[in-house]
Design a protein around this ligand. Structure first.
Ligand SMILES: NC(=O)c1ccc[n+]([C@@H]2O[C@H](COP(=O)([O-])OP(=O)(O)OC[C@H]3O[C@@H](n4cnc5c(N)ncnc54)[C@H](O)[C@@H]3O)[C@@H](O)[C@H]2O)c1
Length: 355
């Protein structure tokens, strides 16, 4: 990879810290700096691991331009965010807007000033909620399935592709990300910025500080591990909602390939997610968690839907997978196993955060 001076904003978070550590391992000559305001509970646990790997940490906030002064940057990975789809619902949207939108623009300015290539972590939440929930589906024994033959373009049993319509509401969170994507496109067009946008569905794996509104896979494994309770919320309360997931190791493989071949991916937007093969319903996730942790816990049923929730989301990443030739290595069983082993091996540190 030709990039040496790498800045990772949000680099103490789940995605940012994993990318930082893996890049440092694969490219030991690189100078990696991570910036994070440590807003996410648990991000502070990354600091020891980052330091041990020789990665510099800057305690800063992307909302403040004065925090974003660096000597040399030739690659920016923008991984900072308020990543909860519930952010701003029933409360002020200020933090969300100022971080996910204004802060991202501040990061883009750093990239422009340094002539750095950029990779922006976007989300499948750019796709409008009502279009997704209006899709034709069938209710199977343990999950909802998206049917083929949909009227809405870009939707099939393989999931949602980049050609899905974008003209309805998508949550405040999704809107901050879509708006940022649009500004990225303008920076590419106006300033010749090199940039790739990856729209990810659920990303999960070790070092994700799962909580009720974000990081559901880790939350589910942790609640089983610590023998606490959970709820199936909405869509009949039977836990048939489906999400695809991508293991952080597979996301890293995808991003590494893009960074090594930047020009092939430059200026484009890709769905990058686990897809139908790597999808589970909450019910199915419960079964896996019971098998792997050996614990069975109480799961309540709440019939009312939660705001901004989806009956299903499956990422159709055909565009990226065909171009890259990659396939995913970590399935649901392996992913839950990895999360379980990580919690087991770091129980004392993680219990106050995950339990
Ligand atoms: N985890 C997922 O399932 C998922 C899915 C799709 C997209 N994404 C995107 O991936 C990126 C990384 O998400 P994540 O899962 O690592 O979340 P995370 O919460 O673990 O990490 C985000 C980090 O950003 C930091 N941060 C928040 N506000 C900041 C600010 N104003 N200034 C500096 N740092 C700030 C937090 O402290 C945290 O360490 C985000 O852009 C998110 O929207 C995540």
């Amino acid at each position: 990879m030709k990039y040496r001076d790498i800045l990772i904003t949000g680099g103490a978070g789940f995605v940012g810290s994993n990318l930082a550590l893996k890049l440092k391992q694969d490219f030991p000559d690189s100078d990696i700096t991570v910036l994070d305001n440590l807003k996410r509970r648990g991000s502070e646990l990354s600091l020891k691991r980052l330091k041990a790997a020789g990665i510099d940490f800057v305690h800063g906030d992307i909302r403040n331009r004065e925090d974003l002064v660096f000597e040399k940057v030739d690659l920016l990975l923008e991984c900072s965010a308020e990543p909860s789809v519930l952010a701003g619902i029933g409360s002020s949207p200020d933090y969300l807007m100022n971080t996910n939108l204004v802060g991202t623009l501040n990061c883009l300015e750093v990239a422009r000033q340094h002539g750095a290539a950029s990779l922006f972590l976007s989300t499948s939440r750019v796709y409008p909620i009502s279009y997704i929930n209006d899709l034709e589906f069938e209710e199977a024994e343990t999950r909802f399935n998206i049917l083929d033959g949909q009227k809405t373009p870009g939707a099939s049993s393989k999931g949602i592709a980049e050609s899905f319509p974008l003209d309805r509401a998508r949550s405040l969170y999704g809107t901050t990300k879509l708006a940022s994507e649009m500004v990225v496109a303008e920076y590419v067009d106006t300033y010749g910025l090199k940039a790739i946008v990856d729209r990810c569905g659920v990303i999960t794996g070790p070092w994700q500080m799962g909580k009720i509104d974000q990081g559901v896979f880790v939350l589910w494994v942790a609640k089983h591990y610590f023998k606490q309770s959970l709820s199936y919320i909405g869509y009949g309360g039977a836990g048939k909602q489906v999400r695809d997931f991508i293991h952080i190791d597979d996301l890293y493989r995808a991003i590494k390939l893009q960074l090594e071949n930047f020009d092939d991916y430059n200026g484009q937007t890709y769905n990058v997610g686990g897809g139908l093969e790597n999808s589970v319903s909450l019910q199915e996730l419960t079964t896996l968690c019971e098998q792997i942790t050996g614990n069975k816990i109480d799961i309540a049923s709440v019939k009312e839907d939660r705001p901004a929730d989806l009956r299903f989301f499956i990422t159709d990443s055909t565009k990226f997978l065909e171009q890259s030739g990659l396939s995913w290595q970590k399935d649901a069983q392996q992913t839950v196993q990895d999360i379980y082993e990580w919690i087991r091996d770091n129980e004392a540190d993680l219990k106050p955060i995950l339990a």
